[in-house]
Structures are given as C-alpha cells and as structure tokens.
Ligand binder design. Structure first.
Ligand code: ATP
Ligand code: MG
Length: 445
C-alpha cells in the first residue's frame, strides 16, 4: 500500500520535473520521407481522425543515428478499439499490454496507446503483471525503457519531442535508463537483455547507474516466460551484431539467463568455434541484406552439445547414424521443453544434424538419396562449417561439392571411385568373411 502510494507520488513528481524539448528539423534532420509508406499512412489517418500520433522508440533513435530502422512503432492517444475501427486490416493483440497490429501491404505497424496512471498490477517482486491504463504523452514517455527510446517524431510538424534528454544521450552514444534502474529492472527484467542488445547493436556504452544493478538482478530473468526469453535471444541473433551483443552480455554479467544464451557465449569472441563462426556469418549476411535460416544458426549453436553426445554414442560401437539419432533423442527434452525452442526451428535443426553422418557414406544409392533431400543445401553448408574447424576432411567437402555439380554419369563414376566408409567397409568385409567360413563348413559337412 505504502509502496504504491510512494510510487504514485514519485511518478507525479518525476513527471512534473520532466521538461519537454521540441526539436525543429534543423536539430534532428529526419526527413518525413525516411518513414516507411505504412508508417506515414497510419500516422496520417490517425491525424485526420483527430488523434495525436507519433513515430516512437527505436525507429526515431535509429533515424537520428543515420541507420535504416527495421520497423516502425506508432504511439497515439486513440484507444486500441478506436485504432481498430480506423484500419480494416488490423487486430488487437496482447492482454497485459494491448496493442494494435495494423497491416499495410506487406508491413505491420505496431500501434500503442499512450500508457499512464497507475500500473494495473504488480507481483510481490515489483514485476509488472498488467499495464493496461491509458495516459498522456508525458506519462507514456516515463514508461519507456531508455532515454534514447523515448523520442517521438511528428512527420507533419517535423518535430522530435524529447522528454528525457534522449537526443543528448544518443549524441554521446550512451544508453541511460529512465527513472530508477533497479526498480525498472524489477518491473520488467527483460529490460536487462534489451540493454545488452541495444548497446551492442549501436556500439553505445551503458551508463554506470544503468549497468550497476544488472548483475544483482540477473536472476530475476529466470522467472520470465521461456517464450519471451527465447524471443529476446532471437532478437540478439537477428540484430546483425550478435557478437557485439554477446560481449555486452558478458560485460554486464548477464550469465545463466537462458541455456541458449549460455550456449551462445563462446561465440562472443574470435572465430575458432562453430558458434562464433555461425554468428559471424549470420552478422555478415544480415548486414548485406541476405536471408538467414534460424534453424541453421541454432543447429550450429547447439552443435557442441550434440557432437559430444554423438561421440559418446559412437564409442559404444553403434553405427554413426544410429548414434546421431540417439544423441538427438537424448537432447530432445531440453530442446523442446526446457529451452522453449519452437518446433518450426527444432525440426530444421534435427534434419541438419541427422544428415551429417550420411555425408560419410559415398557408396551405393545413398549419396543420390541424400542429394534429393529438401534440406540438403543447409546440411551441406553445415558440413562446410565443420570442415572450417577441422572436424571434417577438406577432401570430403570437395567431393560433395563436385558431386552436386556433376552430371548423372559423372556421379555414378564418382560413387564407383569413392573411398568406402570405414565402419561400413569393415563390417561388410567381416560379413563376407563370415559367409565364406559358413560355406566352407557346409562344404566340409
Ligand atoms: P529495435 O530496433 O530492436 O526494434 P526498439 O527499441 O524499437 O528496438 P521494440 O521492441 O521495437 O524495440 O520496442 C519499441 C519501443 O517500445 C522501445 O523503443 C521502447 O520505447 C518501448 N519498449 C519496448 N520494450 C520495453 C520494455 N520492456 N520496457 C519499457 N519500454 C519498452
Ligand atoms: Mg522497434
């Protein structure tokens, strides 16, 4: 009760202490045509209907930094229902924080109504459980995480509204939490991961006061829903700066947050392990605007675990493919349940892993069958990654490279000349020898 009252008084005081700065074009230089077609259209329609509407958050921050935003978010004083009525292709999502997704062509714009007033509900640790009360623009700015993310751009008046010195912080390349950092992390622990991701991606330093409580609050993340943590991990992987974000996680001492993040940490530096190699490739592809397969990246991130288990199974004397099957089965519960990896990714990962032992077989009809598999290309790229690390002979990779490009006749010839797989060759030789011995026994009889 007392805590609630204090929070109310303090928020009122801090809102009163806040000074709005309105920056004209000369001071921000954002051109209205830098917005996406969809963002412009959504804002125009909201304005025409008499509502306030701004581009907010990461997009304004990125435009000030000369970076092309990856998406546009809009903040308005229209309620979700009012927004929905204005746009035929829209839907309200989220119960704790209702927002509207407005679809324009292939783009989706996230439209949020200004938040304000009292937080609807918090748990015993101060975690916000529901925040569905609407408020004013000033109150909305208070609710945002970092000063650099609390900027509002009005394309019609061509002004940027800055309530928390966000523009100065961006110029100084500083990430600063709005309000009291400890309380803000308790309200929503995911803000810690956002601090690592945003500072890593933009090359910002995290302000000392903002960074200080993180090590002590890191454990709070373990109580967050797995799916939400997994989403944040994906955002790190897809940031185009995954390695830099991971270095920030290390610097901020955000360890033991999610097993997937721990599996990623060896990728923070260098290029001498498969995780680092995969992240480096991913960063480069994303920066060159090329597509990235999440299943592939995750297959690489978790490969050290799978390989360890695969080697253990192989040591028991079973065939390579059977050993891989057993290794994947042993990790299955972790992948699906404890780690929250959605099936659409784990299916791809499993296929890539299952194909690795099949590359060892270059005789008979198997190479043709492998080549015909839907996920062959991804599995082959994965084999190349392993070869880069010396796990696979370069000769095997060149053979498969040539096999893909060869004609049918050449392929048959290649198979005829291919070295037999060790284990299988030995086994068939033994089988032949055994058959021979039986025959001679029969002959003797
Ligand atoms: P990105 O470039 O990755 O999209 P972003 O800052 O835009 O970064 P979003 O997840 O798109 O991140 O969020 C949009 C805005 O919503 C943020 O800039 C911030 O103002 C606000 N926001 C998002 N998550 C939080 C949070 N956990 N707590 C407070 N404000 C948040
Ligand atoms: Mg965004």
């Amino acid at each position: 009760m007392l805590a609630k009252w204090l929070h109310k008084v303090l928020s009122r005081k801090s809102v009163a202490a806040m000074k709005k700065r309105e920056l004209p074009f000369a001071q921000h230089r954002i051109q209205a045509d830098e917005l996406s077609f969809a963002a412009e259209k959504v804002i125009k329609r909201l304005h025409n209907a008499g509502y306030q509407a701004f581009v907010v958050g990461g997009a304004v921050r990125d435009l000030l930094l000369g970076i092309t935003p990856k998406d546009f978010d809009v903040a308005t004083d229209a309620t979700p229902e009012q927004v929905r009525k204005l746009f035929r292709r829209s839907r309200i999502i989220g119960r704790r924080f209702p927002i509207v997704h407005v679809m324009v062509g292939p783009e989706t714009i996230e439209v949020t109504t200004f938040r304000g007033g009292e937080v609807s509900s918090q748990n015993e640790l101060g975690r916000i459980m529901k925040d569905a009360n609407f408020g004013t623009l000033e109150q909305d700015a208070m609710r945002r995480d970092f000063t650099a993310n609390a900027l509002y751009y009005d394309p019609e008046r061509e002004v940027v509204l800055d309530f928390h010195h966000g523009v100065d912080d961006i110029r100084q390349r500083r990430l600063v939490m709005i309000g009291k950092p400890l309380a803000r992390y308790q309200e929503d622990p995911v803000r810690m991961l956002r601090a690592a991701r945003i500072s890593g991606k933009l090359g910002f330093t995290v302000d000392k006061k903002t960074a200080r409580p993180i090590a002590e609050c890191a454990d709070l993340l373990q109580r967050e829903p797995l799916a939400r943590l997994f989403d944040e991990v994906l955002k790190i992987l897809f940031s185009g700066h995954a390695q830099a974000c991971l270095r920030q996680l290390n610097t901020l001492q955000l360890n033991n947050v999610h097993p997937l993040l721990d599996a990623l940490l060896p990728g923070a530096e260098g290029n001498d392990n498969i995780v680092a190699l995969a992240l480096h490739n991913t960063d480069q592809r994303l920066r060159a605007d090329k597509s990235v397969s999440m299943g592939f990246v995750l297959a690489a991130v978790l490969w050290p675990r799978i390989m360890e288990s695969w080697n253990r199974e192989k040591a028991t004397g079973i065939r390579s493919s059977a050993a891989m099957n057993a290794a994947i089965a042993a990790q299955r519960d972790h992948l699906d349940k404890s780690w929250g990896i959605p099936q659409r990714y784990s299916v791809v990962m499993r296929e890539i892993w299952m194909m690795q032992p099949l590359f060892e077989i270059r005789r008979g009809a198997r190479p043709f069958r492998l080549l015909g598999q839907q996920r062959f290309r991804a599995a082959f790229d994965f084999l190349c990654l392993r070869a880069q690390l010396g796990e696979i002979d370069a000769e095997v990779v060149s053979w498969w490279q040539a096999f893909q490009q060869a004609s049918e006749n050449e392929r048959t010839q290649m198979i005829r000349n291919a070295p037999a797989q060790e284990g299988i060759a030995n086994k068939s030789r033994t089988r032949r020898r055994r058959r021979k011995t039986n025959m001679s026994r029969l002959e003797q009889a």
